[in-house]
Design a protein around this ligand. Structure first.
Ligand code: 5GP
Ligand code: ZN
Length: 161
């Protein structure tokens, strides 16, 4: 059973509910929608993505409903990332994959379609033919980069690790 109470002390607890009845991933957790599970423990679930980018594409989610990584309690993330690592290792050995991509989107602007935190764990093969549409846009001046770095540093008020 998921322990919710201590996590609600985290700053983003307005995003936290044990289950959101409109959420397809919560319905998968609750067994109200079918899924092809590969790992389940008290806090996390890993299951096959129905729209794989590469065969074997797996999703790793917290059982608790939390929309994004920035909103997630650290205690949940710590458990989630270990499951992500285990799935990546399992894909490498089970499929003899040449690599693994771990992808994670937060918010519609970032391409998040399902608003329940999830990590995509995608086995990669030299021959899989998939290419990310990754286009660098270099800074015109190094000062522009430094100014943005300063803004991030100033906003890191809650950095506790
Ligand atoms: P996002 O774009 O939000 O990062 O990724 C959502 C992912 O969830 C997509 O890759 C999509 O294929 C997958 N997905 C959406 N609905 C379902 C579902 O009902 N079952 C499973 N297993 N995967 C789903
Ligand atoms: Zn949910």
């Amino acid at each position: 059973m998921t322990t919710v109470e201590p996590l609600n002390r985290e700053p983003n607890n307005r995003f936290l509910n044990a289950m959101n009845s409109d959420c397809i991933f919560c319905k998968i957790v609750a067994g109200q929608l079918p899924s092809c599970k590969v790992l389940e423990n008290a806090d996390t679930l890993a299951f096959m993505d129905i729209g794989p980018i590469v065969p074997g594409h797996t999703l790793v989610i917290p059982k608790i409903h939390v929309e994004t990584l920035p909103a997630a309690p650290a205690a949940i993330l710590q458990k989630l990332i270990i499951v992500v690592q285990n799935i990546a290792r399992a894909q490498l050995s089970a499929f003899k994959a040449d690599g693994v991509n771990v992808i994670q989107a937060n918010g519609q602007a970032a391409g998040q379609v399902v608003p329940h935190l999830h990590f995509h764990v995608i086995p990669r093969f030299a021959t899989d033919g998939h290419h990310w549409n990754w286009k660098p846009h270099p800074y015109a001046k190094s000062e522009e980069m430094s100014a943005l770095a300063e803004k991030i540093k100033a906003a890191l008020t809650d950095y506790r690790v």
